[in-house]
Design a protein around this ligand. Structure first.
Ligand code: MN
Length: 255
């Protein structure tokens, strides 16, 4: 029986991880190793300067006072009795589209899995394509998204993934999903929105985010697919090299 490791960045008590865990249950021996509290936007952070504590909260369910990356490392190396056949991260409450994947703890867990040589997928449920980080709005449709995650996991278990590649999956939180598209990573247009406020003593403080939710128009991007009502699957590789830039620099800088 295949071992499947389920993790996330919204924390062990989130609705998304419960739906994902239930969906994976019939595909193999499922372990949940997830942060004890929300770790959204921690990216690929690793905890190095304090000890990590593992708390068993149910049969094969473990909460860790660390990041999603910590969870994958401890899960694979200390908790699971065998290397998993698959790591599934999510279901994130909100999209992980375009450049935002560089902030994402959900995607980072799949990155860590890929680094360990384990086929890994990150699943996110998009509340609204114009999502501007309003975390008071809960997405609906976790169950439906989990159904798709199950089908995809089944395929990955059967066929594997190309080397050095994870799947970043974004599922629109709408009633009628039109289909599935393989996409490329899009580009968000940031307005660098930072809100400045004062505390009761007149000292300034700041909130990052909440700006206008815009993205560059372009065919075949993750934004485009989700905006049109399709599930987006972006194969992401970990080689960040810009190969065109090597050519350009060799030619123009005479390096
Ligand atoms: Mn999250």
């Amino acid at each position: 029986m295949s071992i499947i490791l389920v993790t996330n960045d919204d924390g062990i008590h989130s609705e998304g991880i419960t739906a994902l865990y239930r969906a994976m249950d019939s595909l193999g021996e499922v372990y949940v190793v997830a942060p004890e509290r929300e770790q959204s936007a921690v990216a690929h952070a690793l905890t190095l300067h304090r000890p990590l504590k593992v708390e068993k909260t149910g049969a094969k369910i473990y909460a860790i006072n660390g990041t999603p990356t910590d969870c994958v490392i401890l899960g694979v190396n200390k908790i699971l009795h065998k290397k998993p056949a698959l790591i599934v991260s999510g279901i994130n409450k909100g999209g992980n589209l375009g450049d935002d994947i560089t902030y994402s703890g959900t995607v980072a867990a799949a990155i860590e899995g890929t680094l360990l040589g384990i086929p890994s997928i990150a699943i996110s449920l998009v509340r609204d394509i114009k999502d501007n980080g309003d975390y008071s709005v809960k997405p609906s449709g976790f169950k439906k998204a989990a159904g798709f995650a199950k089908r995809l996991a089944e395929t990955v278990l059967k066929k594997g993934l190309p080397q050095d590649t994870l799947l970043n999956v974004n599922i629109p939180g709408i009633q009628k999903i039109k289909g599935v598209k393989l996409t490329k990573q899009g580009k968000r247009i940031y307005d660098n929105s930072v809100h400045e406020m004062s505390d009761p003593r007149g000292r300034k403080h700041y909130w990052i985010g909440g700006g206008a939710p815009l993205w560059e128009q372009g065919q075949d991007t993750d934004f485009d697919a989700v905006n049109k009502g399709f599930i987006s699957i972006t194969p992401v590789h970990l080689d960040l090299t810009n190969y065109n830039a090597i050519k350009y620099l060799k030619k123009n800088w005479r390096i």
